[in-house]
Write a protein that binds this ligand. Structure first.
Ligand code: ATP
Length: 272
């Protein structure tokens, strides 16, 4: 089935990502603990008639680990993870958005318990009627289909829909109503301590020179997201490899940081 094949699917045995891979974000992990518990044993909750959230919204700037976190929830619970990007619903062919949504939810229900992850939900979930001019029917139909699928979940269908956005302010309030994305978890740029933790995760397989001090690096990368820090470690390793070294030294991190900061500055100029 063409449509079904579009939703990327990760079977439980591919799911090596767990909370261990997510540095810091203790608050977010705590909030999601309940979802993990539920996915591990939905019947335990269903027997007691306990209402479990159907939708969780992860809100925060790009690269702060929203996708990583959603994947880690699936990994912790040992359930399949299906993911799709909100923009994919509208991109390909006009008229298929709503049917793709139907198909995606059907696949998820067939594989329940599972996580259905919708990245960049704002691409379909912007407040209705806010566009300039007309031509937004496609998006509205897609959004309406998502809402009706979520409303239609049966008590024995253990699908948790996790959505991510860096623009929670533009979302249609209908998405945020009780029974839909009514749990909100905010994911912020890491603090200095958070950056140390993220660096530690990403240097696990990197041989470091003795002069490398992760606290210092964290101190000099204010404003970096998790994705920026991952990139930093990789750029530093590339710099070391280019120089034929067998370990990554402080100077390599400095070179990498300068390179990334130049990129960030350029982006800021472009966005100004
Ligand atoms: P976007 O909004 O751009 O989709 P995102 O918030 O979903 O970004 P991810 O794609 O999850 O961010 O993060 C990119 C990469 O950055 C992750 O795969 C991971 O390697 C790294 N990363 C981000 N946050 C963390 C973290 N807290 N701990 C460890 N790694 C992190």
């Amino acid at each position: 089935n063409f449509v079904r094949s579009q939703a990327k699917r990760f079977r439980p045995n591919d799911l090596q990502t767990t909370f261990k891979d997510v540095a810091g974000m203790e608050h977010a992990k705590r909030e999601l603990e309940e979802v993990v518990d539920f996915l591990k044993d939905p019947a335990k909750f269903q027997r007691l008639g306990a209402e479990i959230p159907k939708g969780v919204l992860l809100a925060g700037p790009p690269g702060t680990g929203k996708t990583l976190l959603a994947r880690a929830v699936a990994g912790e619970a040992g359930v399949p993870f299906f993911s799709i990007n909100g923009s994919e619903f509208i991109q390909m062919f006009v008229g298929v958005g709503a049917s793709r949504v139907r198909d995606m939810f059907r696949t998820a229900k067939e594989n329940s318990p599972c996580i259905l992850f919708i990245d960049e939900i704002d691409a379909v979930g912007r407040v209705r009627g806010a566009g300039v001019g007309g031509g937004h029917d496609e998006r509205e139909q897609t959004l309406n289909q998502i809402l009706s699928e979520m409303d239609g979940f049966q008590a024995n269908e253990a699908v948790i829909v996790v959505a991510a956005t860096n623009r929670p302010d533009v979302l249609d309030p209908a998405l945020l109503r009780p029974g839909r994305f009514d749990r909100h978890v905010s994911v912020d740029r890491p603090s200095r301590l958070g950056r140390v933790g993220i660096l530690k995760v990403h240097v696990r397989k990197v041989p470091l020179g003795e002069n490398v001090n992760l606290e210092d690096i964290a101190g000099s990368t204010i404003g970096f997201s998790g994705a920026d820090l991952k990139n930093l470690v990789n750029e530093a390793a590339l710099a070391a490899a280019r120089d034929g070294k067998s370990q990554v030294d402080r100077i390599d991190f400095e070179t990498a940081r300068d390179k990334i900061m130049m990129g960030v500055a350029r982006e800021e100029v472009l966005n100004a």
